[in-house]
Design a protein around this ligand. Structure first.
Ligand SMILES: Nc1nc2c(ncn2[C@@H]2O[C@H](COP(=O)(O)OP(=O)(O)O)[C@@H](O)[C@H]2O)c(=O)[nH]1
Ligand SMILES: [Mg+2]
Length: 354
């Protein structure tokens, strides 16, 4: 069978926005810009927008897959080997890539798949399967629910803190933020600005304050004010990594003195663009403070969405949210199927990308 039946290039949408479009935004807007008609950007049309976002550049997974399916289609070992290679070079990781292609072969055989379209569908299905254990319901019913945000500098902790806070607020929750990144004055100000913009209270003590003391005060205040969710933003950059980990451990200890069940969740923020490095980051925070969930940011600016697969395969942690831009509404709950479909679009879209 030939692969010449696909759409002609040019019928596809312009490739202006890479993963951003895939995941739902046409352009990233800076945090202080108002989002016109935000509702039209909301998840009803999420599917297409997620696809557009992850479509990425020709250097991304889509472009590489399109190369595999270019020209004559032969369902032979070479095709599977080429796919294996493409996956391995796309931040999915060696183990997950080999595993995926093994499962793909079995599915293709058992379902008597014989054309390119069927292989693509089977690949999407297998990726969604692999990701499905990372998609879980988020229960924040404990009051106050204490969420500690961790991660290295610049990954998007503060921005994601604001995005999650806004989302919870929209759901009717009473939210409070704590500025426990006391390392830089700008970090406290950044969170305060978000608090002002979103009309959400921020507990802070200013630059140089003890992060654990900020967390302590915030929890006491959250309890007194019957806050539903307290989100504690932390520093990512200290003199050494050891300092950072010790500070986080201290934050944990201080919270646990007030309530041994807190923090209820330690969410690590990972930048999709860091690729396989995300695994190393997760391992070190896991060891130091025990990570209980992940959110992946900057899927709008990166062709590296494959990292979610590596994370799902290496860690049994829920992936809560994906970040698709800089604005407060550029956050999507993680959906395995949507993610898989965005990473590997339908054949006609793949063909027109090649
Ligand atoms: N394009 C894009 N930029 C993001 C996203 N999340 C955060 N950023 C940007 O990344 C930069 C660092 O974010 P920040 O929240 O300050 O990171 P932190 O150091 O971990 O707190 C800022 O310029 C953010 O606007 C995202 O999902 N997409
Ligand atoms: Mg920050």
């Amino acid at each position: 069978m030939k692969s010449g039946q696909q759409d002609t290039p040019g019928t596809d949408t312009p490739k202006t926005s890479k993963l951003a479009k895939l995941f739902g935004r046409k352009n990233s807007a800076p945090p202080h810009q108002e989002q016109p008609a935000a509702e039209t950007d909301r998840p009803q049309t999420n599917h297409d927008r997620v696809e557009d976002g992850l479509k990425a550049s020709s250097g991304g997974l889509l472009g590489k897959i399109s190369q595999v399916f270019k020209g004559t289609f032969d369902l032979n070992d070479e095709l599977f080997e080429d796919l294996e290679e493409v996956l391995m070079s796309s931040d999915i990781g060696v183990k997950a890539s080999l595993d995926l292609v093994d499962r793909l072969r079995l599915r293709v055989e058992s379902q008597k798949v014989h054309d390119a379209k069927g292989v693509i569908s089977a690949l999407r299905f297998e990726i969604a399967e692999l990701l499905s254990s990372s998609e879980t319901e988020w229960n924040t019913s404990h009051q106050p629910y204490v969420l500690l945000m961790v991660g290295v500098n610049g990954v998007g902790k503060t921005t994601t803190t604001a995005k999650i806070a806004q989302r919870l607020k929209e759901q009717g929750k009473v939210v409070m933020l704590a500025a426990a990144d006391t390392f830089r004055a700008a970090a406290v100000e950044q969170l305060q600005e978000w608090g002002d913009k979103l009309d959400i209270p921020v507990i802070c003590q200013g630059q140089g304050a003890d992060a654990a003391a900020v967390a302590h005060d915030a929890l006491i205040s959250a309890r007194a004010k019957q806050v539903d969710v307290l989100i504690i933003d932390t520093a990512g950059r200290l003199h050494t990594q050891t300092d950072l980990m010790e500070q986080l451990q201290k934050v944990n200890r201080v919270l646990q003195k007030i309530d041994p069940d807190t923090p209820h969740e330690v969410m690590q923020i990972l930048d999709a663009g860091t690729g396989q490095n995300a695994i190393t980051q997760l391992e070190s925070f896991q060891q130091a403070v025990g990570v209980s969930s992940i959110s992946i940011t900057k899927l709008d600016g990166s062709a590296k969405g494959g990292v979610a697969i590596a994370l799902a395969q290496n860690f049994e942690l829920p992936i809560r949210f994906i970040g698709v831009g800089e604005s407060y509404d550029d956050l999507r709950p993680f959906s395995a199927t949507q993610y898989a479909n965005a990473l590997v679009p339908e054949l006609h879209k793949i063909a027109s990308a090649g």
